[in-house]
Design a protein around this ligand. Structure first.
Ligand code: ZN
Length: 278
């Protein structure tokens, strides 16, 4: 006999605006609030042409909490001009986060296939350290998000939680930690022990959820709803919360399939999947 699964309330549910990509930021704020969602992670593309601080006020007046701004990063390049452009872009993200009232920026750290991963990792660390004074002055934390190794060519040279933890230890700043995304890390045999280590270091800043569909039809844009794939999300959430983490579970789904359907219906599906499978 199987035990009925515990049903989660919505008090720790956050949604990334990219998940409901067809909606404007205004629509996302209104619909999430109406549905009882408590947190929102804002993707920068939604802020284009907006007064960022007004958007922040609108979020808060609807009773939502801004969990983070996505995204900064993409530090490495074999071209030094590109590296310097990336630093400017990260400084802009810090300014936006401060105006929005977002306490955290998620970093998709980047990689350049024309140079060794080790060089990209060094440039990531240098890049983070370069913008750290601005982040600290703005009161904005930075979270290194390790990405699945299928993205090691162009999206991130940081591919395991161990690498992210090690980089946090090297940088050694209270403003730099980790965003743990189950999509990227579920396969890692060291995930439980490195999650514990991340917590002990005080570096567990954010927790992202979705599911790994089998088969996955697109490497980037075919993420599943929680419960639709093979990730043991509840077990991983258990590891995360046993470190003392009491933050949000952030639903971050890139999916051509879901972006094509009615987004009000999709939001209902997200909430149902969250209650049963996170
Ligand atoms: Zn993520």
């Amino acid at each position: 006999m199987t035990m009925p699964r515990q049903i989660q309330d919505l008090s720790r549910l956050c949604i990334h605006t990219i998940t409901t990509k067809p909606w404007s930021i205004e629509e996302a704020i209104d619909r999430y609030a109406e549905a009882g969602v408590k947190g929102i992670t804002v993707w920068r593309d939604t802020l284009e042409g907006r007064d960022v601080s007004e958007i922040g006020d609108r979020v808060r007046s609807n009773g939502l909490e801004i969990v983070s701004l996505c995204r900064g990063g993409f530090f490495p390049s074999s071209d030094s001009q590109e590296r310097s452009k990336a630093l400017d872009d990260n400084r802009e993200a810090i300014t936006e986060a401060q105006a929005l009232g977002a306490p955290l920026i998620v970093l998709v750290c980047g990689a350049d296939p024309h140079q060794p991963l080790s060089e990209s990792r060094k440039q990531i660390r240098d890049g983070i350290e370069s913008v750290l004074p601005e982040a600290e002055a703005a009161g904005v934390k930075l979270a290194i998000e390790p990405l699945h190794p299928m993205y090691a060519d162009t999206r991130s040279a940081v591919n395991t939680l161990q690498q992210a933890n090690d980089m946090c230890v090297q940088i050694d700043s209270p403003w730099v930690g980790v965003a743990l995304d189950v999509y990227h890390l579920w396969w890692d045999p060291n995930l439980e022990s490195e999650t514990k280590r991340c917590g002990e270091l005080g570096k567990l800043f954010a927790f992202h959820v979705c599911d790994w569909k089998s088969p996955t039809e697109d490497m980037l844009l075919d993420r599943g709803l929680m419960g639709e794939g093979c990730i043991p999300i509840r077990e991983i959430r258990g590891w995360v919360e046993s470190t003392g983490f009491s933050g949000y579970s952030e639903v971050e789904i890139f999916s051509n399939r879901y972006w094509e359907i009615d987004q009000d219906h999709f939001l209902k599906q997200i909430i149902e999947a969250y209650k049963r499978n996170v």
